[in-house]
Design a protein around this ligand. Structure first.
Ligand code: SF4
Length: 278
């Protein structure tokens, strides 16, 4: 029997993968869309996925989540497995267990074309084994790269579809868990102001060992308690506003979101995880 061939597109809740879904909808009608849910996404992400699902006219398969919530393999499940060790850019157990492995299980032994939203104006290599997946039955496809689609085109595709951007783009330019360690300082301030309840929950994950002095914090060298002090917030906001004014002066007539993206990338241009933040 011939091996089943599938076409799959993973959504992160971010702009690029969403625009790719819109772009591919009529080009590959048999496309399967999926979202690896960490259980710690922003409500704005879930709302956007619902709107995208309506646009695509087919379900976005949610990985990791079961009918019985007690058996969910979400972030907290894996945090327990890892003995309470918070993930970090050096130890990305969350991406492996919440994004990559569920995806590999979802594909199984089928041959799959995996559509990835690397744009033509990016130079990252993308979803290549062994750094992301060890499965050789998953073949990456880069339609944006092949068709010369840039960041500007992504904004246009989303605007023309009527979807626009997820609401969180007003204060944060990366998708993913509300406590993601790839967040920049001003995005943490955004979380504090937009979702103070989630900020408190994020604080609850940080640990301090008074005997050894060891600290396990989401941001290197600064706890969320420290970051949330009024003078520190004022300092972070002032830095962001200053950087935004300078970017705006250098290139006027750009959207606020583009300016904010540039400012945040300057603050920290560490390459975040592809399956979470595209
Ligand atoms: S969004 Fe951040 S914290 Fe969440 S799984 Fe991805 S890398 Fe880990």
């Amino acid at each position: 029997m011939a091996q089943k061939i599938r076409h799959v597109l993973g959504l992160s809740g971010g702009k690029d993968s969403s625009a790719l879904a819109v772009y591919m909808r009529d080009k590959v009608p048999e496309m399967e869309y999926f979202f690896s849910d960490t259980g710690k996404e922003l409500q704005e992400t879930y709302d956007f996925l619902d709107r995208l699902e309506a646009f695509l006219g087919k379900p976005i398969v949610r990985l990791n989540m079961n009918a019985d919530a007690n058996s969910n393999r979400d972030f907290d499940h894996w945090l327990t497995v890892y003995g309470g060790l918070l993930p970090s850019s050096q130890i990305r157990w969350c991406t492996v267990n919440l994004k990559i492995r569920p995806f590999e299980e979802y594909i199984g032994t089928d041959h799959a074309y995996h559509y990835i939203a690397i744009r033509a104006d990016e130079d990252r290599i993308g979803y290549k084994p062994p750094s992301i997946s060890s499965l050789n039955n998953i073949e990456p496809k880069y339609p944006f790269k092949e068709d010369g689609i840039t960041k500007e085109d992504v904004y246009r595709i989303l605007e023309e579809s009527g979807l626009g951007l997820p609401d969180y783009y007003k204060w944060r330019t990366r998708s993913g868990c509300y406590f993601c360690f790839f967040q920049r300082k001003s995005e943490w301030v955004g979380l504090l102001e937009q979702h103070p309840d989630l900020f408190e929950l994020a604080k609850g994950y940080e640990k301090f060992n008074s005997e050894t002095g060891e600290r396990f914090t989401w941001c290197q060298g600064e706890s969320l308690e420290e970051l949330s002090q009024p003078e520190r917030i004022a300092e972070i906001k002032a830095n962001t506003e200053k950087a935004m004014a300078s970017k705006k002066a250098a290139k006027p007539n750009r959207r606020l979101i583009e300016i904010l993206t540039d400012v945040l990338d300057d603050e920290d241009d560490e390459e975040p995880c592809l399956p979470c933040h595209k």
